[in-house]
Design a protein around this ligand. Structure first.
Ligand SMILES: Cc1cc2nc3c(=O)[nH]c(=O)nc-3n(C[C@H](O)[C@H](O)[C@H](O)COP(=O)(O)O)c2cc1C
Length: 285
């Protein structure tokens, strides 16, 4: 999978056609899920693919303020509850999003507003937690519906052909050595592995497009930090982190021979983070 190209071209779709994805394509997705990279490979994760009357089941359980984006299909990820299981689900979910993008299928992450009700509607009784929901299917009539957010309680769809949702640039998202210090990555050759990985990271989807992650280039490490805000709950904040880690690692590791992975532990070093931010982990370059 060419993660860089897929990550920089993906966008959320919110107008889906009433058209089924073929059984062959669903099978390809299942096979990809079985073998795709994971952030914490030891955690058992299951994927359900819903179709048909799925929207009725999910209605009022998922979506910003329970505003469901209707699609023909949904991915539901169930996970054992273990350390970093939500970040792991974010990482795997974004692998699946980019796989679907590669297959010409549109996607939209959906926040889980009421997990107990969702479990009940889906008849899920086991111990696994429902960690992620992603709507997918084909775009309707080429109209790109943008999400309008007047306030957290006032969310609506603007149905017009639109520009992609704005994204932070490398100088806005990355620092050198410590929080706030201007980065030098954007001076690298655009074909450089690190430049491409950082650019792909800027395109990561995030809850309400708040883009809370910041990355600090510290010598041979990329250190990940995130800002807390009043609108994003703990689960969505962790999904955001998994998605960002997937974009970075998927671009850097699949172009170079070294694959070291993210270490989900904070380095004992003062990166001069503001009070509302915390360290998540680091990637050894
Ligand atoms: C954890 C998470 C939850 C999200 N929940 C919703 C949602 O409930 N409804 C929705 O329309 N979009 C949802 N999104 C999609 C974001 O709004 C979208 O990624 C963001 O606005 C950036 O736009 P883009 O994906 O087109 O780049 C979610 C994204 C993430 C990462």
């Amino acid at each position: 999978m060419d993660v860089f190209t897929l990550a920089t071209n993906r966008k959320s779709n919110r107008e889906f056609a009433k058209r089924e994805v073929s059984a062959d394509k669903l099978q390809e997705l299942k096979e990809y899920f079985a073998s795709c990279p994971r952030l914490v490979p030891d955690i058992d994760v299951e994927m359900l693919i819903l179709g048909g009357d799925a929207s009725e089941k999910l209605n009022a359980c998922v979506g910003y303020h329970r505003f469901l984006i209707n699609a023909f299909h949904y991915i539901v990820l169930l996970s054992d509850v273990d350390e970093h299981y939500i970040e792991n689900a974010g990482y795997i979910g974004e692998e699946l999003v980019l796989k679907l993008t590669e297959m010409g299928i549109e996607t939209c992450w959906e926040t889980i507003a009421d997990e107990p009700l969702l479990k009940k509607r889906l008849n899920l009784s086991g111990d696994k937690s429902v960690v992620a929901v992603i709507a997918f299917g084909y775009e309707d009539a080429g109209l790109f519906a943008r999400l309008g957010i007047k306030s957290p309680a006032e969310i609506f769809l603007k149905k017009k052909p639109g520009a992609p949702t704005p994204k932070l640039t490398i100088p806005q998202m990355f620092y050198d050595d410590e929080w706030g210090k201007a980065e030098t990555i954007s001076a690298l050759d655009p074909d450089d592995d690190l430049y491409r990985a950082c650019a792909a990271t800027c395109y990561a989807p995030s809850f309400l497009n708040l883009q809370p992650c910041r990355l600090i280039h510290d010598g041979d490490k990329i250190v990940l930090a995130t800002v807390l805000d009043d609108m994003t709950d703990a689960a969505d904040a962790k999904l955001n982190l998994g998605i960002v880690m997937m974009h970075f690692e998927g671009t850097v590791s699949r172009q170079s021979s070294g694959f070291q992975g993210w270490k989900l532990e904070a380095l004992d070093k003062d990166y001069k983070l503001p009070e509302n931010a915390y360290l998540v982990g680091y990637y050894q370059l």
